[in-house]
Design a protein around this ligand. Structure first.
Ligand code: C2E
Ligand code: MG
Ligand code: MG
Ligand code: MG
Length: 280
């Protein structure tokens, strides 16, 4: 019996592998035309002040609207785009579109900071600083309104280089967030030297905040670490009132999550800001 099952399992896995290999090739092919076919879209998720309940900014989140694969999650296609280095032109499109959108809202009287995710591949590109400086120039965004989100993994393998690049980004005037903080391998001694403005508490620590004292201790420690290093905090993935109240008690600065809004297309942000208040 075990033998037969083993055989089936093997067949199952090899078909699965075949399919995923086919998907991957097709997706890699599709990625090549993603920009000229206009298949990318940005959605925006509000970031809300815990103290005032007002929307103070948004995070731009990439969506691939593919005629072949449907709406593809960034978790699926960004790793592929990184392997092929397509993430460089894609990331450039994201930055330009997000900056232009920030200015459009500003012209409509809605003042929002714009957070953009940067891939480790973008972060390590020698042209990064030059490109971001050019985009700030070209779009006219005030750099204080632009915040770049990086994960620990983008920063840790060459921390000295990372510090230099982060300092250059800071001297352009941009804010810097460490995304998914607590899930990577950055050590506290690096953190001390990274000129970071925001720590984003990963959703995995927020999920069970109301029922898990360990998660609560971690969230609390991240907030006090950030405060002592003169940084702000964002809690990711807040879905319930109970989580929000705990985050308020421990002094977290901002909150992002479905409790306030899912990421939405640009034209829905005005309604969200009206519903939640603030940002004008
Ligand atoms: P991230 O930067 O940590 O973004 C937060 C993710 O959590 C988003 O997923 C968002 O939709 C989701 N989220 C927000 N609030 C909640 C909540 O209350 N509950 C739950 N369950 N989820 C919530 P999304 O949009 O699928 O993005 C996934 C990841 O893809 C992002 O994680 C980021 O690492 C990457 N990504 C997205 N856009 C870009 C981009 O333009 N460039 C790069 N390099 N990466 C991007
Ligand atoms: Mg992010
Ligand atoms: Mg995150
Ligand atoms: Mg995350």
């Amino acid at each position: 019996h075990a033998k037969a099952e083993g055989k089936n399992t093997f067949r199952f896995f090899s078909e699965e592998l075949n399919n995923s290999f086919r998907d991957r090739i097709a997706m890699e092919h599709g990625l090549r035309h993603i920009l000229d076919r206009g298949e990318l879209e940005l959605h925006y998720q509000p970031k809300v002040s815990v103290a005032t309940g007002q929307v103070i900014g948004v995070e731009a989140l990439l969506r691939w609207n593919s005629p072949e694969f449907g709406m593809v999650s960034p978790m699926r296609f960004i790793p592929l785009a990184e392997e092929t280095r397509q993430i460089i032109p894609i990331g450039e499109w994201v930055l330009r579109t997000a900056c232009q959108q920030q200015l459009l809202w500003q012209q409509q009287g809605i003042q929002l900071s714009m957070a953009v995710n940067l891939s480790a591949v973008q972060f390590k590109s020698p042209a990064l600083i030059e490109r971001i400086a050019a985009l700030i120039d070209e779009t006219g965004i005030q750099p204080e309104n632009l915040e770049l989100e990086l994960t620990e993994s983008a920063l840790v393998d060459k921390p000295d280089d990372a510090v230099r690049v982060l300092e250059q980004l800071r001297s352009l005037g941009c804010g810097i967030s460490i995304d998914d903080f607590g899930t990577g391998y950055s050590s506290l001694s690096y953190l001390k030297n990274f000129p970071v403005t925001i720590l984003k508490i990963d959703r995995s620590f927020v999920r069970d905040l109301a029922h898990n004292s360990g998660d609560r201790a971690i969230a609390q420690s991240v907030v006090s670490l950030a405060t002592n290093l003169d940084m702000k905090t964002v809690a990711e993935g807040v879905e319930e009132q109970e989580q929000l109240e705990i985050l308020q008690q421990i002094g977290c600065t901002y909150i992002q999550g479905f409790i306030h809004s899912r990421p939405v297309p640009a034209d829905q942000i005005l309604a969200v800001v009206k519903r939640l208040g603030g940002a004008a």
